[in-house]
Design a protein around this ligand. Structure first.
Ligand code: IMP
Ligand code: MG
Length: 186
């Protein structure tokens, strides 16, 4: 597929060094909070969380099991009840401490759906770690236990996040700026 997109630029918003420093802080907090768990399962949400997830789990010193989950929304936007499971986790999570690792919380519907599902399956605890919090865009309440950075409503890419599947490999987070912003035909 061509994946053609309108002309745009990416302006750096959060640099690679700042991201890595923040991940180190989050890992220290998580290490401390799960010191006595012994049953921690870190679940990364594909594909966006992959870079964040890999850097985060490398810094943990507590025992941790790794797993992945993938969702997709059915239509154009994300709405209540429109989250589809594309790939489920492999591990059983009953009586485990689940740490869900996500790239960004926007409307909150994706996370709300996954968190409810894992609680329903009998996890001992379910917490959320998100690199980015687009808090002004929230439509349903989601508590972020470990949050990297709060950002505005702008559309961001990089460090796992994509625009039409581009830019996931960038080591920083940037804002997509369209040429002729506001008057774009699509
Ligand atoms: P939700 O609206 O909180 O359900 O977020 C759904 C998903 O939309 C996130 O997990 C991201 O994959 C994607 N998303 C939300 N905001 C952005 C953005 O600014 N850039 C790239 N992807 C985004
Ligand atoms: Mg995502």
């Amino acid at each position: 597929m061509a994946n053609s997109v309108p002309p745009h630029r990416v302006r750096e918003l959060i640099g690679a060094a700042a991201i890595q420093a923040r991940i180190a802080e989050l890992a220290r907090e998580i290490d401390r909070d799960y010191r006595d768990s012994g049953e921690l399962v870190a679940i990364g949400v594909l594909k966006g969380a992959v870079l964040f997830y890999a850097d985060l789990v490398q810094r943990l010193t507590v025992p941790v099991m790794v797993d992945f989950f993938q969702t997709a929304s059915y239509g154009s936007g994300t709405n209540a009840g429109e989250i589809r499971i594309k790939r489920d986790i492999d591990l059983a999570i009953r009586d485990k401490d689940v740490l869900l690792v996500e790239d960004i919380v926007d409307t909150g519907w994706t996370l709300r759906t996954i968190l409810d599902l894992f609680r329903f399956r009998g996890a001992r605890s379910v917490k959320l770690c998100a690199l980015l919090d687009k808090h002004e865009a929230r439509e349903t309440a989601v508590a972020i236990d470990y949050c990297g950075f709060k950002i505005g409503r702008e559309f961001v890419v990089g460090f796992g996040l994509d625009y039409a599947e581009r830019y996931r490999n960038l080591p920083y987070v940037g804002v997509v700026e369209f040429d002729g912003a506001g008057e774009s035909s699509r």
